[in-house]
Design a protein around this ligand. Structure first.
Ligand code: MG
Length: 384
């Protein structure tokens, strides 16, 4: 029985994680749950997992919850960022599943790792912002960082049994997002609905926008660089519109290994929760003859300037990936709130990379400082 604490349980990956766990109750027990504002769903989830302690990030939402359901009070850790740390401390799970969105997920991940608790991580922004520190903390404590992102779960599986020195190239596949066939000149005027209509994956709003800009793939290249200790020039992005092959590894003898499956997040989550074991499951079985024709093409850099910006930040190192991520979080937040246009997203990121000062990252506080500086810069410069 693996005891798991799920941070961000009411988001898209969190809901899928609970679905996997509930399909395999003989193997997993949920001991902790956290939510942001969606306390109705959190309450429903806690009823299905009566042994779980809960934390709510938003203080007002927490008050509303304990008022509406006083019985939740005895299971509640409290609210705010600190409550996530306390939830990890109090539940001491075998595994933290971090499904939080954005930089806010970094601190609880670092905290769990420093206690020697493994973290299955869907929260790619925290790997991008704090990759070096995360990997160092994991190494010191011996706690594993396990990918949940479908591409990295694919690479993880392809690399099993491969010798490191045999890796020639890792190919991260990208669907191309919701705007992959929109004429470039129309990107200035795309609507929110068009951007949020992802062709193959059903995900949260922030990551769906990141998929449309392909910034998401840039974050995933940086994520792969840290998780698999690969030089950046051994990681390439390739467009694969069907999202059936989740990534590939090319070896010295030109053999290419690929991992395939339906685009259903429950599959990579199941692997992340059970690896190195394989659990028989009824989830999303693929009939190979039903797969669409599989195709691949190179990335059109003019269509996706955000990918180039992410690779630039990754190559420059130091605090650049943190600046990239924070500027993107601000830009996407402003976009979703209707305050900037779709093409402003890459302009805001590029301007921030050009203007927020570079500095080395040694500690968590350095990352927090760069995040705050970048947010303050974009707020002032772009009125967002
Ligand atoms: Mg992904």
């Amino acid at each position: 029985m693996k005891r798991v604490t799920v941070l961000g349980a009411t988001g898209s990956v969190g809901r899928n994680t609970l679905d996997v766990v509930e399909n395999h109750r003989d193997r997993f027990e949920v001991v902790g749950l956290s939510a942001g504002r969606n306390v109705d769903l959190l309450q429903a989830q806690s009823e299905r997992h009566p042994g779980a302690m809960i934390a709510v990030q938003d203080e007002e939402a927490h008050e509303a919850l304990v008022k509406a359901a006083p019985e939740m009070n005895s299971r509640s850790i409290g609210s705010g960022d600190e409550a996530l740390i306390t939830l990890v401390d109090k539940t001491r799970p075998d595994l933290v599943v971090n499904c939080l969105v954005g930089f806010a997920g970094l601190r609880p991940t670092l905290h769990a790792l420093s206690l020697g608790i493994g973290v299955a991580i869907a929260n790619k922004e925290s790997i991008v912002a704090g990759g070096e520190l995360l990997m160092r903390t994991a190494k010191e404590s011996g706690a594993p960082i396990i990918p949940i992102d479908s591409e990295h779960v694919a690479v993880d599986q392809c690399l099993r049994g491969c010798r490191r020195e045999d890796i020639k190239m890792v190919y991260i596949t990208a669907s191309g997002g919701s705007l992959r066939d929109t004429p470039i000149e129309d990107l200035e005027t795309v609507t929110r609905e068009e951007v949020l209509a992802h062709p193959t994956w059903n995900m949260g709003d922030k990551i769906t926008v990141d998929s449309a800009t392909l910034l998401n793939k840039g974050l995933e290249v940086i994520e792969a660089h840290w998780l698999f200790d690969l030089p950046l020039d051994r990681i390439r992005v390739v467009i694969h519109p069907q999202s059936i092959i989740h990534s590939m590894v090319e070896l010295q003898d030109n053999s290419i290994l690929a991992q395939m499956g339906l685009p259903d997040m429950r599959l990579p989550i199941l692997y992340a929760l059970s690896r190195p074991d394989r659990i028989p499951t009824d989830l999303a079985r693929s009939r190979i003859s039903d797969f669409p024709d599989l195709s691949f093409r190179e990335v059109d850099e003019a269509r996706y300037p955000c990918l180039g910006l992410a690779l630039r930040a990754a190559r420059e190192g130091a605090n650049r990936p943190t600046v990239l991520n924070s500027a993107n979080e601000m830009a996407v937040g402003a976009y979703l709130a209707g305050r900037v246009s779709f093409v402003d997203i890459h302009r805001i990121i590029e301007n921030s990379l050009d203007n927020v000062p570079s500095r080395e990252i040694e500690t968590f506080e350095d990352i927090v400082e760069t995040d705050a500086t970048t947010r303050a810069y974009t707020r002032k410069r772009f009125q967002i």
